[in-house]
Design a protein around this ligand. Structure first.
Ligand code: FAD
Length: 363
């Protein structure tokens, strides 16, 4: 057995990278085991930090966690950027949701009422207010909603910054146990604590407790416009199908996303590209003139409750899994919670109801 660091983090996506960064900043020595860090869902993610516009009926428990992580974002980004000198394209410009037709507008009004009943920051927009905020939108959209606190970050840049300076073991883990990780080449790493954060593939590693984890395939497109066309994150739904466009530095835009139950199939599907472009151009016509840079496919790590599982899984093992649609948003609170648990044996109150016991009961 090869003695390594205080902590071995299995999986170097946005969750594992944030955990490794926070633990290192707190003084622990950390190794990240991953054959291709950042090649999972992190690479595909749009980077919306959207507790309000990602709220689904019946997910109020997850909403509280999402809000708690969103509140940590400004300090988290400041700390990462200050430590690394890298800019992660964090945009605190809010999110505009455009209604496509009258039925859509009525649905947005119901949603706004739900937001208000939960004390969330959102307000309805008239057709004119919508066009004033985003002049490039299609003519004739009947109105919309502004969620002023739903922001965005570039997940690839954030991930790159978090892993700058990290110790990486570029191999897959095949099994874990209390304080040990067995690698694909048969080597065994010894450490104080193993943290499992391997996204949708976590359940394929022997020794990881069952959480009902399933992969939910999602596709995004990267486009480039000659000039900036959006100030806010733009969301909408076209004939009931959700679509979004997230602006980035340099005129880049991310269009997303599909949601497909396709097992571990990560191949891009031509029909998905067609549907995303078709729906996005209904609300932002300029899309069709832009340069198509990339089609990207990733597997969201979903649990039966759609909420993550963050907590101890026995002596020397901690899991941070199942971040599903919100892993980029939930990176700061997950990193803080795991650091608190590993270094001080304490459960952060915000994640107390997301431990392994709760997850198993709910599945
Ligand atoms: C289309 C799409 C759009 C999304 N948009 C957003 C968004 O706007 N906002 C948001 O908050 N979230 C979004 N998400 C969700 C977000 O991407 C995920 O929740 C997040 O990436 C989960 O992070 P993770 O680190 O757990 O998993 P991943 O990012 O999948 O990373 C897992 C890592 O584990 C590694 N790994 C796998 N198996 C092993 C092994 N055996 N040993 C070692 N390493 C291993 C992989 O190589 C990978 O690097 C989106 C996801 C998709 C697919």
């Amino acid at each position: 057995m090869r003695a390594t660091t205080d902590v071995v983090v299995v999986g170097g996506g946005i969750i594992g990278a944030a955990i490794a960064w926070r633990l290192s900043a707190a003084g622990a020595s950390v190794t990240v085991v991953d054959p291709a860090p950042g090649s999972g869902a992190t690479r595909t993610a749009a980077g919306m930090l959207a507790p309000v516009t990602e709220l689904h009926y019946g997910e109020e428990r997850l909403l509280r966690l999402n809000l708690a992580s969103a509140r940590r974002y400004p300090d988290f980004v400041d700390a990462v950027q200050a430590a690394t000198g890298l800019d992660v394209d964090y945009r605190q410009t809010g999110t505009v949701v455009a209604a496509w037709d009258a039925a859509d507008l009525a649905a947005l009004r119901d949603l706004a009422e739900l937001h208000h009943s939960l004390g969330l920051n959102s307000s309805m927009l008239t057709a004119r207010e919508l066009r004033e905020l985003e002049p490039s939108l299609a003519a004739g959209l009947p109105g919309g909603l502004l969620a002023g606190d739903d922001h965005a970050v570039n997940p690839r840049r954030l991930h790159h910054a978090l892993l700058a300076g990290a110790t990486i073991e570029p191999q897959a883990a095949v099994s874990i146990d209390a304080g040990t990780v067995t690698l694909a080449d048969g080597d065994v790493l010894g450490c104080g604590t193993v943290v499992v954060a391997a996204g949708a593939r976590s359940g394929q590693i022997a020794g990881v407790p069952a959480t009902g984890l399933r992969p939910v395939k999602g596709q995004t497109l990267r486009l480039r416009a000659d000039r900036p066309v959006l100030d806010h994150v733009l969301r909408g739904s076209v004939r009931g199908v959700p679509v979004y466009v997230v602006p980035r530095d340099g005129g880049e835009l991310v269009v997303g996303a599909t949601s497909e139950e396709a097992g571990y199939d990560e191949r891009p599907r031509a029909g998905a590209v067609h549907d995303l472009l078709h729906d996005a151009q209904q609300i932002l016509p300029a899309i069709l003139e832009m340069e198509l840079l990339e089609v990207s496919t990733g597997l969201r790590p979903g649990t039966p409750s759609n909420a993550p599982v963050i907590g101890a899984a026995g002596p020397g093992v901690v899991v941070a899994l199942g971040h599903y649609r919100n892993g980029v948003l939930l990176a700061p609170i997950t990193a803080d919670a795991v650091t608190e648990l590993v270094l001080h044996g304490r459960t952060l109150p915000a994640v107390a109801e997301f431990g392994l016991d709760t997850a198993v009961v709910m599945s």
